[in-house]
Design a protein around this ligand. Structure first.
Ligand code: SPV
Ligand code: MG
Length: 434
């Protein structure tokens, strides 16, 4: 009797890896493809490039495929119980990593009717993600896409990484020159540098105007402090779209209301949090609307800030990650790292954790490494340092009515020319005006 073979796949961008699996499957019997629905793909990867109906039309054409049915979730169980296939075929890459558990579950289920899993050697160096990344990498106008790719790599890396604050083009250049791999565009410092409060007094387009100068000044990615998203899901996703367009690497949204209040400002009864479901909708809207697959969305927990505590923080972290957040920023305003310690003790590492140790500044960095924190943001220190030196310099010049004692203590005018690239303009003048 002819055997039945089942393959679960998304078949979004078909490549020779698929053909290989289909050929092996066809050699075992009649092949049914369990084609993942658009929602199923979205739940673990990204919105598919090609819709379910179109993917179905394509895959149906393949020699050796008898049926194509929908697989509604990543879990094969429903379809396998219905079809009771003799074999389930998959690339052997699922023996490790996130799909390992799915595989074990299928092996157990198949035992009920004597079915078997067949692991086909995985075709190296090809996948739909690899194809997308190749297209992105080879596009000459996609430098901005690399910004988000680099930011994503930094946040997802196994090492503890550091992001340094900047608030304009010049400070961004200094952060890059120092060796930092990414920049935090702090809401506090962007607004502060305009002489405004950190209460959404600057409009979102004023913020993106400032960010454009920063992006154009450096070749390292910027993670933008997007406050609470400038309104509802719609305002937040439009803001994200603009950030993508100007080449920002990613954004962080906090689960508070609009207009926001800086987390270190005490409010009687604690700062009010956004409704959890509504904030999840905001994250989902931004993820769904995003064009560049690598654009990073960090969800920031204000549960500790608002005095709600660990349980609320964990519940929200899980929900925000499920809604699509690429990382969770756990914020705290206490003088020790206790909030962070408690959180990390319970956190099951389902996505990277970012922290802002402004208030617990004397916690040794080694401790963050031990906790398996992904990324530390030094959130406002360039802006604060600049205020300090500007105050001292102004005072000295004011009281001494002379520049004599300040000249050697501050950057030279030539330093400014070096940062802004005056020499390059002189070279270009030779090229273009002769
Ligand atoms: C910022 O830098 O604007 C932040 C961090 O959001 S904090 O001010 O610490 O809340
Ligand atoms: Mg902020």
């Amino acid at each position: 009797m002819v055997k039945n073979v089942y393959i679960g796949c998304s078949a979004d961008l078909i490549h020779h890896g698929h053909i290989n699996i289909i050929n092996v499957a066809a050699s075992y019997g009649d092949v049914t493809i369990g084609l993942l629905t658009d929602d199923a793909i979205k739940s673990y990867k990204r919105t598919p490039i090609i819709t379910f109906e179109s993917r179905k039309k394509v895959i149906q054409q393949f020699k050796g495929i008898k049926h194509v049915i929908a697989q509604e979730t990543l879990d094969y169980t429903d379809n396998l119980i219905k079809l009771k296939p003799d074999y389930v075929i998959h690339g052997d890459d699922w023996k490790e990593g996130p799909q390992k558990e799915t595989r074990s579950k299928i092996i157990e289920l198949l035992k009920q009717w004597g079915g078997e899993v067949i692991d086909v050697p995985y075709t190296q160096n090809i996948s739909s993600t690899a194809i997308i990344n190749k297209i992105i990498d080879e596009n000459p106008i996609s430098n901005y896409i690399n910004n988000s790719k680099n930011l994503r790599a930094l946040i997802e890396s196994d090492n503890l990484e550091f992001i340094m604050e900047a608030h304009n083009g010049m400070s961004a250049k200094i952060v890059e020159e120092t060796g930092f791999k990414a920049i935090w565009a702090s809401g506090l410092c962007l607004s502060g540098s305009l002489g405004l409060r950190d209460d959404n007094e600057a409009s979102w387009s004023q913020v993106t105007d400032m960010l454009e100068y920063m992006v154009n000044s450096v070749n390292i990615p910027i993670l933008v402090d997007g406050d609470s998203g400038f309104g509802n899901f719609n305002n937040a996703r439009i803001f994200c779209r603009k950030l993508e367009q100007i080449g920002v690497g990613g954004v962080c949204f906090e689960d508070k209301l609009f207009p926001k209040t800086n987390s270190f400002i005490e409010v009687e009864g604690g700062q009010e949090l956004a409704n959890m479901e509504e904030f999840c909708g905001k994250i989902r809207a931004c993820k769904d609307y995003q064009i560049n697959p690598n654009f990073v969305i960090v969800a920031r927990l204000e549960a500790f800030i608002s005095g709600r505590g660990l349980e609320e923080a964990l519940k929200r972290a899980i929900a925000y990650h499920k809604a699509g957040a690429d990382a969770i920023l756990v914020h705290s305003k206490i003088r020790t790292s206790k909030d962070i310690d408690d959180f990390m003790e319970k956190w099951d590492n389902r996505c990277p954790i970012v922290i802002v140790p402004t208030k617990y500044y004397d916690t040794p960095t080694e401790h963050f490494r031990d906790l398996k924190i992904s990324t530390v943001i030094w959130a406002n220190h360039n802006f604060r340092a600049s205020i300090d030196i500007m105050k001292k310099t102004s005072k000295q010049i004011f009281s001494e009515e002379s520049l004599m004692n300040v000249e050697s203590k501050i950057a030279s005018v030539k330093d400014i020319f070096n940062y802004t690239g005056e020499n390059k303009l002189k070279e270009d003048e030779k090229t273009y005006t002769n």
